[in-house]
Write a protein of this length. Structure first.
Length: 93
């Protein structure tokens, strides 16, 4: 995404991921929200939890990540890999 927008992250930058979810969520009826919450494996926008993403965030010097989706990660490939928690631990220690 950065390449296509001709953006080069610098140390200390904050990465914003805007999915446009909020207007869509607000347009849901109460029944739609309940049905979404009841899903066993919800599908929604977010980043992929991967070592490659962690390495890119670290190597790029990204200081924080922000998003407007329900969660930062779409889903975890492994319960042992939680990108947001791992990144927080490595940048605050």
């Amino acid at each position: 995404m950065c390449k296509s927008a001709n953006v080069t992250p610098r140390k200390g930058d904050i990465l914003f991921i805007r999915t446009g979810l909020i207007p869509e969520w607000e347009a849901f009826t109460t029944e739609q929200k309940k049905a979404y919450a009841a899903q066993k494996a919800p599908e929604h926008a977010g980043v992929e939890a991967s070592i490659e993403l962690l390495e890119w965030l670290w190597d790029s010097g990204i200081a924080a990540v922000v998003g407007d989706a329900i969660s930062w990660e779409v889903s975890r490939k492994s319960p042992a890999l939680c990108t947001s928690s791992y990144y927080w631990l490595t940048t605050t220690s």
